[in-house]
Design a protein around this ligand. Structure first.
Ligand code: C5P
Length: 295
């Protein structure tokens, strides 16, 4: 018997970053939007704990117990006194180390799948608590849709989305480490104001208004990501020249995100990005997408 969960990637349509806290994390106003690029996490009983991974970039995914998906399974087993081991298999489609919460998605997927496999009867609140222990973006991977994340991003308030949005994601050659990007943010920023969600952006999401959303997307980590990965500015310029309504670094990067007027424009932007050689590959995706879903 095995259980598979499908889990979405995310883009941050607003990432407002405050000053570093005493615990090293940053307070955020983080507007998450789940997008239709998915990893699939399959769990099955096994003689010993095992983790395997296939798909683009899977050679960069750790296959030991530090993998967030393995940690999710271990935490749930510990809490519910489960002694049986599982084999976790991750079929990756979300860019690895790309700023699209791929590792967080795998953790949320492993948690949902193990929960179903073991029949733990854990409440949604308990699962969300385990997610928050695993990482700041993991709770959102479980719930999907759109949400405002505060605190270090783990305290979620669901947001209404009045329509679909068409995106293109340009996957860079190489990755960026999230802690390194936050450190660069600290180096570049002298006094970060308290982060607040933009009312105009929340209104644009609520109305499903792509022009208004394009006018209000922001990412405070973008200067830090560009400082560590300067060639991303060429990728951003290429997507804008091809007709994207907005171009920004996705989360801590180095994936870049392009909001487009419709599916046809997304295709045009993706083709231009691919042809330009300023990225490894370009993917089109629709949002919002559901959170972790058992298949
Ligand atoms: O929570 P997560 O493990 O995903 O965070 C990875 C790293 O990103 C943290 O160790 C920290 O350096 C940085 N981070 C931060 N502030 C946040 C979220 C993450 O500084 N709100």
């Amino acid at each position: 018997m095995s259980v598979t969960a499908r889990v979405p990637a995310k883009v941050n349509v607003q990432l407002a970053v405050g000053a570093a806290r005493p615990d090293g994390f940053h307070d955020l106003a983080n507007v998450f939007l789940a997008v239709g690029l998915y990893d699939e996490v399959t769990v099955a009983p096994a003689d010993r704990p095992r983790i395997t991974c296939e798909g683009p970039g899977s050679d960069q995914v750790p296959l030991d117990r530090t993998n967030l998906a393995a940690r999710a399974a271990d935490l749930l087993a510990e809490r519910h006194g489960i002694s049986g081991a599982v084999h976790i298999h991750i079929a990756k489609d979300i860019p690895v180390a790309g700023g699209m919460a791929g590792g967080s998605a795998d953790a949320a997927g492993a948690l949902a799948a193990c929960d179903a496999l073991w029949g733990t009867g854990a409440t949604r609140e308990e699962l969300l608590g385990i997610c928050a222990e695993l990482g700041s973006d993991v709770p959102f991977s479980l719930v999907g849709g759109a949400a405002l994340g505060t605190g270090r991003g783990e305290k979620l308030e669901p947001l209404e989305v009045g329509g679909g949005f068409h995106w293109v994601f340009a996957v860079a050659d190489g990755g960026l480490s999230t802690p390194a990007v936050y450190r660069e943010f600290d180096r570049l920023t002298s006094a970060a104001p308290a982060p607040e969600a933009s009312p105009a952006l929340l209104e644009a999401l609520r109305k499903g208004d792509v022009e208004a959303l394009a006018a209000s997307v922001t990412n405070d980590l973008q200067p830090a990501a560009l400082s560590l990965f300067p060639s991303l500015s060429e990728t951003l310029a290429t997507g804008t020249a091809a007709g994207a309504l907005a171009a920004l670094v996705s989360g801590s990067g180095p994936t870049t995100a392009f909001l487009t007027a419709d599916a046809a424009s997304a295709r045009t932007v993706a083709d231009a990005l691919t042809a330009s050689g300023t990225c490894r590959t370009a993917r089109v995706a629709h949002s919002p997408a559901p959170g972790a879903t058992l298949l």
